[in-house]
Design a protein around this ligand. Structure first.
Ligand code: IMP
Length: 415
């Protein structure tokens, strides 16, 4: 059996939550493979609001198990807080003992370095993501499995703090003493140890038993550490290939890949965004689409669909189909623009360059429509909305398989 995979193909916040939540109902297991509690979405079920940052969306399907893979960076405090929203997670949530931890000093370093960067700040979520992945790559990180011996772990961290005292002093970061640290780690261990597992063996077992496994990507392709708009990216491999590393799968284990894109584009944080609209239309997209960050509440930058970036993202992820989200947010626009190429130094460019600064988008304009809100059948879409979808297929080279016409799970067109 092969896995199915959901991946964002813009700068995150594409609406993966709605699709994963919808699909999770039909899967035996849902797995996260990268990122941390920088991700986030809200799901309403029977009038109750659930905020998910680390726990996969399968948690709302009582029959599914949920796996946080080795590629995720886990803030124990954030995970424990999130777990409190649910009863009886035992046997339904498994966390890789190889996943690296985000500890308080990572969060403090993230925020202190952002301040130092001044107007070159990345605009991180301040969750300690970069410093934790940094420690992992530098080989000074700590895995969740180390919570099995908190005395040894606390000693190792105190040694690390002492060795790096000059850095901590320069950044005005106060580190805990042994007793404070040991107590904090003991608190984490008392809750989390029962959930730690060899999640790689577990996923292999599920696939061998022909169980349906859904892999849930976080953030988006253009925030990928290698293939995104570096350095204005997150610190993980957000593309589909990241699932192999972040769960211990082989490329042959990946089956159908669904790329999630908004019908327009948004970005939160700093960095290049060729189709950003600084005028009224950008503000209309922000207001109508309620484009404010789930994790940080920051207003998102808004603009038009960038087909150059999405074509690249579709290829790099191997997308079999696209899900076009928030089509209803484009309701009422007389004209809708699609960026089909870039102008760089007076030349037309149709591929994504390494440097996305000083690019002029080349737009094609499409006729708008009155309303698609709540449409559940393709036939019910106005002709201009159908034309827009067909145009997106043409310019991205990928078929559209899902269209979302409101936040409601039911307001979804399956093609
Ligand atoms: P970090 O992941 O907190 O280090 O932030 C790095 C960049 O990724 C910043 O521009 C963030 O705004 C962006 N980012 C991180 N997580 C998300 C997400 O879930 N959605 C959208 N942008 C994100």
């Amino acid at each position: 059996m092969k896995t199915d995979l959901i991946v964002g193909i813009q700068w995150g916040d594409e609406g993966k939550g709605k699709i994963v939540d919808m699909m999770a109902q039909n899967y035996d297991a849902v797995c996260r493979y990268q990122g941390g509690h920088n991700a986030g979405h809200t799901i309403w079920v029977d009038g109750i609001r659930y905020a998910l940052h680390l726990i996969p969306s399968g948690v709302l399907n009582p029959k599914a198990i949920n796996i946080i893979g080795n590629g995720v960076v886990v803030c124990p405090e954030a995970l424990i807080k999130e777990m409190k929203q649910f009863e009886n997670l035992q046997g339904r949530l498994f966390v890789s003992d190889k996943a690296h931890m985000i500890l308080n000093h990572h969060i403090a370093i993230d925020n202190a370095k952002e301040k130092l960067r001044g107007d070159k700040a990345i605009g991180t979520t301040g969750r300690g993501i970069g410093p934790s992945y940094g420690s992992k790559i530098e080989r000074s990180g700590h895995r969740l499995g180390e919570l099995r011996d908190t005395k040894k772990l606390a000693n190792s961290l105190i040694e690390f703090y002492d060795e790096n005292r000059a850095l901590f002093n320069a950044l005005c970061i106060v580190t805990p003493n042994f007793d404070e640290l040991k107590k904090e780690l003991d608190d984490y261990a008392s809750v989390l140890l029962p959930y730690l597992a060899d999640t790689t063996e577990m996923v292999w077992g599920l696939l061998d038993d022909k169980k349906r496994v859904l892999l849930e990507g976080a953030q988006g392709t253009l925030l990928d550490i290698d293939h995104g708009t570096y350095p204005y990216v997150t610190s993980s491999s957000t593309i589909s290939a990241g699932a192999c590393i972040g769960l211990g799968l082989s490329p042959k284990d990946i089956g159908k890949v669904t790329g999630i894109a908004k019908a327009y584009c948004t970005r939160v944080g700093n960095g290049p965004f060729p189709t950003e609209d600084f005028g009224n239309e950008g503000q209309m997209l922000r207001d109508k689409g309620n484009e404010y960050g789930t994790s940080t509440g920051r207003p998102r930058r808004c603009g038009w669909f960038d087909a150059v970036a999405c074509r690249y993202a579709s290829r790099i992820n191997g997308c079999d189909q696209l899900a076009i989200m928030k089509l209803d947010v484009l309701d009422g626009f007389d004209t809708i623009k699609i960026c089909v190429a870039y102008e760089i130094d007076g030349k037309r460019v149709e591929t994504l360059p390494q440097d996305l600064n000083n690019i002029k988008p080349i737009y094609e304009s499409m006729t708008g429509w009155d309303s698609v809100v709540g449409c559940r059948k393709y036939e019910d879409l106005p002709q201009s909305a159908k034309d827009y979808i067909r145009k997106l297929e043409e310019v991205t080279g990928t078929k559209v398989g899902i269209i979302s016409t409101s936040p409601d799970r039911k307001d979804t067109i399956l093609l």
